[in-house]
Design a protein around this ligand. Structure first.
Ligand code: ZN
Length: 342
C-alpha cells in the first residue's frame, strides 16, 4: 500500500480510520521503513496520521525518524515525538542543550510535544509556546494544565449526520461520529442567542450549551455554561466569548472593535444547522487528539475538553482562509478551544 503508491495517497486517512490499533502500529512501522528508503508521500501521510492518533506506534522508530525528518516543512513534523520514551527525551534534551546547534530548535519542539510537565519544566519555553501544548504558568511560575485531558465528542442526531455525509461521503460511518440516540443527557448546539456581539451588533450563534456542566470537564465554578461566537467577527480574540457570568451566560473576553478586514461579504447563517440536541460521548483513545488539517474534513471535530489545536493558534491567516469551510457544518473547533480553564 505504501511502497507501491508513493505519490498517490488520498485514501490513506480513510483506511487508517478503520484499522484496528495493532494493524495501524504495523502500518506505522512499514511507513517508517519505507521512508528510510527515500521520499515517499504515502509514508509521510501514514506517519502524520499515526503521530496524531496513535503516537506510541512510532516510539521505537523515533531515532530513525530523527535522521529522516518526515514532513519536515509541516507544523506537525515534531508530532511523532509525542510518545518519546525516556531515552529519547534524554537525547533530545542534550541536543536542545546546545542552542547554537543546528537541531536545537527542532529538539525543543519535539520535547514540547511530549506535553510532560517534568520535561516542559526543563525547557526555556515562552508563554505562547507553552499555551500551544496546553500549559500555562501559575503566579509562582509552576506549570498548570489549561484543559481537561479527557475529551467528549458531540453526538448529533442521525439526520444531521446523514445530511453532512451526503456532502462528504468519507464521513459516512467514520468512527469519530457517534449518533445521538436520545438516551443520554441532552445538551444543545447551534441556533442563536438572544444577545448581540458588542463589536458589530450581529446576533450571537450558539456553539454549545452545557446544562448542567458535566463533571470532569474542568469547569468547576459554573453549574451551566453557554459558549457563543459571532459569525461576522469569527474566532478572533476580540470576539471570543470565553468569560461567563455566574449563571453561565457568555460575556465577551474583550471589547476591542473588530477590523473591517474580516468582514464577510454575506451572512454565513444559511449554512448553520438549526438548534440541535447533542449528547457528549467519550470515544476511544484514538480520537483524544485530532488535527484540523490532518482530519481533512472527515473527522468529528465538535468536541469539548482535550488538547488545543496548534493550527488555530497560528491566527488570522488560516482563520480567514478557512472560515467559510467551517461554517458549512457549524463551527467545529471553537468548543475545543473555548472549554479551557473556564
Ligand atoms: Zn461581531
Amino acid at each position: 500500500m505504501i511502497s507501491e503508491n508513493t505519490r498517490f495517497h488520498w485514501y490513506i486517512g480513510p483506511v487508517c480510520d478503520r484499522l484496528p490499533a495493532a494493524s495501524l502500529r504495523q502500518l506505522a512501522q512499514e511507513a517508517a521503513r519505507a521512508r528510510g528508503d527515500g521520499g515517499n508521500e504515502a509514508a509521510d501521510e501514514v506517519i502524520a496520521y499515526v503521530s496524531a492518533h496513535q503516537p506510541g506506534a512510532l516510539t521505537a522508530q523515533l531515532r530513525a525518524l530523527w535522521d529522516i525528518r518526515p514532513n519536515r516543512h509541516s507544523y506537525y513534523a515534531s508530532w511523532p515525538w509525542r510518545a518519546a520514551d525516556d531515552a529519547e527525551v534524554a537525547r533530545l534534551l542534550e541536543v536542545a542543550g546546545d542552542p547554537s546547534g543546528p537541531d536545537a530548535g527542532f529538539a525543543v519542539r519535539c520535547l514540547q510535544e511530549t506535553r510532560r510537565p517534568e520535561v516542559l519544566a526543563r525547557l526555556p519555553a515562552g508563554h505562547g509556546q507553552l499555551a500551544g501544548v496546553g500549559f500555562g504558568r501559575d503566579g509562582d511560575g509552576g506549570l498548570r494544565r489549561l484543559h481537561a485531558t479527557a475529551v467528549w465528542h458531540l453526538a448529533f442526531p442521525q439526520e444531521i449526520l446523514d445530511q453532512w455525509a451526503s456532502r462528504n461521503p468519507l464521513r459516512r460511518r467514520q468512527p469519530s461520529w457517534p449518533v445521538n440516540a436520545g438516551s443520554g443527557r441532552q445538551h444543545l448546539t447551534s441556533g442563536f442567542l438572544d444577545r448581540t456581539c458588542p463589536a458589530c451588533g450581529h446576533r450571537l450563534h450558539r456553539l454549545l450549551r452545557l446544562d448542567p456542566v458535566p463533571a470532569g470537564l474542568g469547569i468547576t465554578s459554573r453549574a451551566r455554561v453557554e459558549f457563543a461566537w459571532c459569525p461576522l467577527c469569527g474566532t478572533f480574540p476580540e470576539a471570543g466569548y470565553a468569560r461567563h457570568t455566574q449563571d453561565g451566560t457568555p460575556e465577551p473576553l474583550a471589547h476591542r472593535p473588530r477590523s473591517d478586514r474580516y468582514r464577510e461579504p454575506g451572512p454565513a447563517e444559511d449554512w448553520f444547522i438549526p438548534q440541535t440536541p447533542v449528547e457528549l460521548v467519550r470515544l476511544d483513545e484514538r480520537w483524544r487528539r485530532q488535527d484540523w488539517a490532518l482530519s481533512n474534513d472527515r473527522e468529528n471535530l465538535h468536541r469539548a475538553g482535550g488538547d488545543t489545536d496548534r493550527r488555530r493558534d497560528r491566527g488570522e491567516h488560516h482563520a480567514e482562509q478557512h472560515r467559510k469551510a467551517e461554517a458549512v457544518d457549524y463551527p467545529r473547533h471553537h468548543v475545543a478551544r473555548l472549554v479551557v480553564g473556564a
